[in-house]
Design a protein around this ligand. Structure first.
Ligand code: PRP
Length: 213
């Protein structure tokens, strides 16, 4: 029996590209374009309801099974972890995690202890642990580029897309920590319970991913 699936989409940067992918896969997304005050959007021509959420909440909803599927950046997956299937690299939302320091600064030159600011303390911790380097990590909630300017940190680990924000703030990326893009994730129980339906949806998304340049 066909039942409606529920998918959580990450609000903001990934939202537009997720909806564009759905539409080119033939899903009518009119309710998402005209949400009003509704928080759950029933797609008229496909048995699926969509909710929009902040990235970490997408993972929470999928892990708890209140959403069968989710679209979320690999950055959030790397930071939060969690128990779900990551079934597809959707190929959009491409950027990278980079270690960036003030221009002209030789980050590795001295043995003094270093402080790194990041919105992603877990990713930062793993990166330096793998290097065998002991650093102090300070969690910042946004505009991390400010931390070295204010003298709070020697460097930052952050998302770099075009590099414009780093450049405008006198910072330069010196190492890539990880590549990032949007991923389709699936609740483990839903994958068993609604296998056919979920496979149909994955195949539609995969078809669009192959068409992308
Ligand atoms: C991200 C990231 C950088 C910027 C990088 O911030 O934290 O600040 O984008 O993009 P660029 O390389 O193209 O300049 P976001 O816009 O998500 O806002 P936030 O700092 O409030 O998280």
């Amino acid at each position: 029996m066909s039942q409606r699936l529920r998918i959580a989409l990450t609000k903001g940067r990934l939202q537009e590209q997720s909806v564009a992918m759905f539409e080119s896969a033939g899903l009518d997304c009119t309710p998402i374009h005209h949400p009003g005050r509704r928080l759950i959007h029933a797609l008229p021509n496909y048995p699926m309801d969509a909710v929009l959420a902040k990235a970490p909440d997408v993972i929470t909803y999928v892990e708890h099974g209140v959403c069968d599927l989710g679209i979320v950046g690999k950055d959030t997956i790397l930071e939060h972890g969690g128990s779900f299937y990551e079934v597809l690299d959707l190929g959009f939302g491409k950027c990278r995690f980079a270690l960036a320091v003030p221009e002209g600064r030789d980050f590795y030159a001295s043995y003094h202890s270093r402080t790194i600011a990041s919105k992603y303390p877990e990713v930062t911790k793993r990166f330096f642990r793998d290097k065998g380097m002991d650093v102090d990590i300070i969690k910042i909630e946004g505009s991390v580029e400010l931390a070295p300017i204010l003298g709070l940190a020697d460097g930052i680990v952050d998302i770099v897309e075009t590099g414009a924000t780093l450049k405008a703030n006198g910072l330069t990326p010196i190492e890539t920590v990880a590549e990032v893009s949007a991923r389709l994730i699936v609740n483990t129980a839903s994958m068993k319970l609604h296998k056919g339906q979920i496979e149909d949806f994955i195949a539609r998304c995969a078809g669009e991913t192959r068409k992308a340049p």
